[in-house]
Design a protein around this ligand. Structure first.
Ligand code: FMN
Length: 376
């Protein structure tokens, strides 16, 4: 059996069986005018499902108005958006893949539009654990306890709506400096009311979120939580300085009912902590025992924020590096992590999985920034 076959074994996440180990990474595309994704968005996801991805994780979808990114992203709390999502779900499932929406709340974090810098920005009142940005500046208002409860309820409602719309589970966006991450990080969470304090106390919001979403999904609706060390505005930021820190952070969250973790790094192969070769996804899996999705520069030379400037809008172009396929397959075969999410390379190659399976990774197209200008 070729090593690459490890990528094509089914994976179980909670009650869900996924046909293989290849996910499409969540990527904001800003093609949802009025917050409603149309037939072009459904066809775009369907092409990745037809191209062999086992799981589509959608672009971030806003759970409420205060948490919505500025650009034309799906506003999941609108009834017309949910109706449009049914068509996306049918398109993807009809092509044999599973699909989860990514539930997103930006918190206080400014989220300049990545794809179209001309997008007119509306400024809703931003809210967060302490109103603080990671830079120490004020970015918005501090959520009081009833605001926290309302926000948790909005995520729970979005989870129940996901189930009704036919999705196979949900991914909560707890990474990159957005709301859940703002609660986890000591620089953005200065609370002293039980939602802040030491590492364990700072996990309270995320644990409540996970529990509420599990209940809203009926208990058996699969829940993936995406987390990262890095923030969109600070690639060197760390939630955990050591494996012991990471354990203190992850255990209460895992126990709250996470079915799988999606561990977001910019380069999937890098060791997480000095003195040990294990990747961050490897640590997530080792500590929690839960299925874990790795991500970051798969089959690409440059990470997605490489050389970020105002002019490039932040998403990096990249040449192809097909040898990653073997590295990923080996890590999965050896149980370091369970699934790989492919971002830009799957924008460039809707048939990424099919090419890899056929042993034709050398034919993968490089990622060019202008590919973001249209939904191909
Ligand atoms: C255009 C674009 C939009 C993105 N939007 C999101 C998003 O909505 N939610 C999220 O968690 N990550 C988002 N990301 C990060 C990707 O999910 C992924 O982690 C990152 O691109 C690294 O994977 P890659 O190197 O394979 O592209 C985005 C990335 C790109 C390129």
């Amino acid at each position: 059996m070729s090593e690459v076959e490890a990528l094509f074994k089914p994976l179980r996440i909670g009650t869900l069986e996924i046909p293989n180990r290849i996910a499409m990474a969540p990527m904001t595309r800003e093609f949802a005018p009025g917050g409603v994704p149309g037939a072009d968005v459904a066809a775009y996801y369907r092409r990745r499902a037809e191209g062999g991805a086992g799981l589509i994780i959608t672009e971030g979808m806003a759970v409420n108005a205060a948490g919505a990114h500025d650009g034309p992203i799906p506003l999941f709390y609108q009834p017309e958006t949910l109706a449009a999502c049914r068509a996306i779900v049918e398109a993807v499932q009809g092509a044999g893949a599973r699909i989860m929406p990514q539930l997103w709340h930006v918190g206080v974090q400014d989220s300049p539009t990545q794809v179209n810098p001309q997008t007119i920005k509306q400024r809703p009142a931003r809210v967060g654990p302490s109103g603080l940005l990671g830079t120490g500046e004020i970015g918005g208002e501090t959520l009081d306890e009833s605001g926290i409860a309302d926000t948790v309820a909005d995520f729970a409602r979005a989870t129940a709506a996901s189930r009704q719309a036919g999705f196979d589970g949900v991914e909560i966006h707890g990474a990159h400096g957005y709301l859940p991450d703002q609660f986890l990080w000591d620089r953005t969470n200065r609370r002293s009311d039980g939602y802040g304090g030491d590492v364990r106390e700072r996990t309270r919001f995320v644990a409540e979120l996970v529990r509420a979403c599990k209940i809203a999904g009926g208990g058996d609706f699969p829940l993936v939580l995406r987390m990262s060390q890095w923030k969109s505005f600070d690639y060197d930021a760390r939630l955990a300085q050591s494996p012991a820190d990471l354990e203190a952070l992850l255990v209460p969250i895992a126990e709250a009912g996470v079915d799988a973790f999606h561990c977001s790094t910019r380069r999937f192969w890098e060791p997480a902590f000095a003195g040990d070769p294990l990747t961050l996804a490897g640590w997530f899996r080792k500590i929690t025992g839960k299925p874990t999705i790795a991500v970051g520069s798969v089959t690409l030379e440059h990470d997605f924020k490489a050389g970020k400037t105002e002019a490039t809008g932040g998403i990096a172009e990249s040449a192809t590096r097909s040898r990653d396929v073997e590295t990923v397959a080996r890590a999965i075969a050896q149980g370091e992590f369970d699934m790989i999410a492919v971002g830009r390379a799957m924008i460039a190659n809707p048939d990424w999985a099919a090419l890899v399976r056929a042993g034709e990774a050398h034919r993968l197209r490089p990622f060019a920034r202008d590919m973001l200008a249209a939904l191909e």
